[in-house]
Write a protein of this length. Structure first.
Length: 407
């Protein structure tokens, strides 16, 4: 099997994902993607006609984000028409999955130069979206799938994780993100976004609230208590009733809110993968190589628990132990995901989400996985460390994972 080298990784800053309020919300999603694709080309002197494929993650493929965003973004960036592109959806896991598919194509020897990445503009109104399972009543009987926020509360209740621990983690995410921003930890990958007229749209993270404390978070009202009793249609089950079909005796304690859940933002990211032969023949200096990739499924009703199993699976595949990993990134979709991951694997907390996570910085769904891979790579270089494991929960009860090794 060939090596898949990471040559470069970059991303936009994350803008608040609300129409009319966020600094990026007025832009087309193709423009966000073309910003990072253009940066990969320009930073690496890339011959875009050589790009075998562009694998792009976008979860809500509706309205401006529809119509194969990967291909359209490449065309918008001025790439050669020979550079093909596709778009995939593994919900929140799309940005890792795009990287895994790109890396696997290179490792198999079938392709030499592939770009992975993703875009999600949460500011685009998603009209007409159906609940998880798309109102398939047969599927709902087999695998009831509620709202993810209700799932997070259910997991915290089942695991006996108190709100205080989740609020502490939310505050810590903000603290670490502020240190990282002030210390320039993101500067290598961060690409400013400009408007079509050349004026600056955004060159910094827009979402963080650095003055957040666990005490201030403790004053926030739970976000999903009322939502748990929502019915999509008059004869539909509520989200609480969907959980009860699998866990009839569970009395959900509602502990998640805006401060210990991931932020709603717009953003995009891209990663350049190359084979050893292509990198050598085109004087591209690899920054890392892919050690292993994996996917894992878990209970669709709880939906958010697969990252632990995904980490265990990929470590076994790589022939590695937890102690072999210098840095972990597990997406902070909700505080309980990261908290459970660290508790179940008994991890040193100073090795997990060291620059903060989505609770502070936001979660542009289809792009986040690719952002995290670049974040880990930058931090491995900054600390002179070697290995990073990245994973995240995804709708439907899934988690992709990847292990990279800095060169």
């Amino acid at each position: 099997m060939s090596d898949a080298f990471i040559i470069d990784a970059c991303r936009t800053p994350r803008g608040i994902g609300k129409a009319g309020k966020g600094a990026l919300a007025h832009l087309h999603p193709q423009h966000l993607g073309s910003t990072v694709l253009g940066a990969l080309r320009d930073r690496n002197g890339l011959e875009t006609a050589d790009v075998d494929d562009i694998v792009w993650g976008t979860s809500s493929q509706v309205q401006e984000q529809s119509g194969d965003l990967g291909r359209m973004t490449a065309l918008d960036a001025g790439y050669d028409i020979k550079a093909s592109g596709m778009t995939l959806d593994r919900f929140c896991g799309s940005g890792i999955t795009s990287a895994n598919i790109a890396a696997n194509a290179v490792m198999s020897g079938m392709e030499d130069l592939v770009i992975a990445g993703g875009t999600e503009m949460m500011s685009i109104p998603k009209k007409g979206l159906l609940p998880m399972g798309a109102n398939n009543m047969h599927l709902q009987e087999l695998h009831p799938q509620p709202h993810q926020g209700v799932c997070a509360d259910a997991i915290a209740t089942l695991e006996g994780i108190p709100r205080s621990a989740l609020d502490e983690l939310g505050a810590e995410s903000q603290r670490r993100a502020e240190i990282a921003i002030k210390g320039g930890h993101f500067d290598k990958s961060l690409i400013p976004v400009h408007n079509l007229d050349g004026s600056l749209a955004l060159d910094r993270e827009e979402f963080p609230r650095p003055n957040t404390t666990a005490e201030s978070l403790s004053q926030l009202r739970p976000s999903f208590e009322q939502l748990a009793d929502y019915r999509h249609t008059e004869d539909a089950l509520t989200f609480r009733e969907l959980v009860a079909k699998k866990y009839p005796d569970l009395k959900i304690e509602h502990v998640h809110h805006a401060g210990n859940s991931s932020g709603v933002v717009d953003g995009s990211a891209a990663i350049l993968f190359a084979s050893e032969a292509y990198a050598k023949s085109h004087d591209l200096k690899p920054r890392a190589r892919v050690i292993a990739t994996a996917n894992m499924g878990d209970c669709p009703t709880l939906m958010l628990n697969a990252p632990v199993a995904a980490a265990q699976k990929i470590l076994k595949r790589a022939g590695m132990e937890l102690s072999d990993i210098d840095l972990f990134e597990v997406n902070e979709a909700f505080a309980v995901v990261s908290e459970k991951f660290q508790r179940d694997l008994n991890l040193d907390r100073d090795r997990v989400n060291v620059n903060g996570g989505a609770m502070a910085l936001g979660h542009p769904i289809g792009a986040t996985g690719s952002i995290l891979i670049g974040t880990v790579l930058d931090e491995l270089e900054r600390r002179n460390k070697t290995t990073g494991l990245i994973t995240m929960c995804a709708g439907g009860g899934m988690a992709p994972a990847i292990i990279i090794e800095r060169i």
